[in-house]
Ligand binder design. Structure first.
Ligand code: GLU
Length: 309
């Protein structure tokens, strides 16, 4: 495993075409696209890493996985009255389907659905308490109290969150948002501004791995369902392509991070800030394609020797 990760990090370091860093959140625009990190937390309790695996980055939409787990813990299956479970086939911040589908977002991993999840875990607490609970969940999952929210990134996102505000107002107009719009956007933007290294994120994803040593923060049924949603909806309108190339559940963020789960084997975090045309990490996706091919960890089976990637 260590040799494979080192090789993947070396290949990534030499890559000239690294994709484009997100610029619509000004704090993310200045991140050096030359970075690449990968970490794997295995079911037997080991942690491997290579490249810039100790550099903190903004997890952005990877946070939607933790937010969904927290929201499910709050209201259980009732959340599915307010948000669907289908891929949207549209970009992460699209408003298009909301009007046609009466304010019920397609899934909890596009922005509209994530705003509903945030609204759900915000329902009975103040934004400060709610964010405290989210951080507590992530820290417990990662077994690391050092994980924090980058306030500058959160404020930077809020100052240009025009699309997210419009999505939130749209949801509110259909009575599918209960807390005030400002509070939901403020909480959501702070949630996205959680900062982690690849090593911390790989550790935090262990609650989605089915093995005795993993933190039991959600039920078996919920773990299976969150993994299913990551597989079908975790990469926006690039979800089909990620499943095709990698064959494992994953959730990406515009900070360039991807959390990937091998359901009974490991939690994997990869990070490289340059994005592909779907808004998912370009080198992160390519690295996971190599990783999946070499380990045979696709949930769809092991490739034959010499098979095309
Ligand atoms: N905070 C970002 C937004 O709402 C998250 C998007 C993403 O990571 O895909 O625009």
């Amino acid at each position: 495993m260590q040799a494979l990760l080192t090789e993947i990090a070396e290949t990534a370091a030499a890559e000239a075409d690294r994709g484009k860093v997100a610029t619509y959140i000004s704090e993310l625009a200045g991140i050096d696209p030359g970075q690449f990190g990968i970490a794997v937390a295995t079911a037997d309790g080991r942690l491997f890493s290579a490249g810039d695996a100790d550099v903190p980055f903004s997890i952005q939409s990877v946070s939607k996985v933790f937010a969904l787990a927290l929201a499910l813990g709050r209201v259980g299956e009732q959340i599915w009255r307010r948000v669907g479970r289908e891929p949207s086939g549209l970009s992460f911040d699209s408003v298009l389907l909301l009007e046609r589908e009466n304010g019920i977002p397609r899934n909890p991993f596009i922005n509209a659905g994530a705003l509903v999840a945030t609204d759900t875990y915000l329902a009975t607490s103040s934004p400060r308490e709610a964010l405290g609970q989210l951080l507590q969940f992530i820290r417990a999952a990662a077994d690391d109290d050092g994980i924090h929210i980058n306030e500058t990134v959160a404020q930077s996102e809020i100052s240009t969150a025009h699309r997210n505000f419009s999505l939130a107002h749209y949801l509110a107009s259909f009575d599918n948002l209960h807390a005030p719009v400002d509070q939901v956007i403020g909480t959501y933007s702070h949630q996205c501004a959680v900062e982690m290294t690849c090593r911390q994120l790989a550790m935090a994803g262990r609650f989605l791995v089915d093995a005795p040593k993993m933190p039991g923060l959600v039920s078996v049924e919920r773990r299976r369902r969150i993994n299913a949603l990551m597989m079908t909806c975790g990469h926006y309108d690039g979800s089909g392509d990620f499943a095709f190339r990698v064959g494992m559940p994953g959730k990406s963020g515009v900070g360039g991070g991807i959390l990937v789960i091998s359901p009974s084997r490991a939690s994997i975090a990869v990070w490289s800030p340059g994005l592909n045309r779907y808004g998912n990490s370009k080198l992160g996706t390519e690295a996971m394609q190599t990783f999946s091919h070499r380990t045979g960890w696709s949930v769809f089976g092991v490739p034959h020797r010499g098979a095309e990637r």
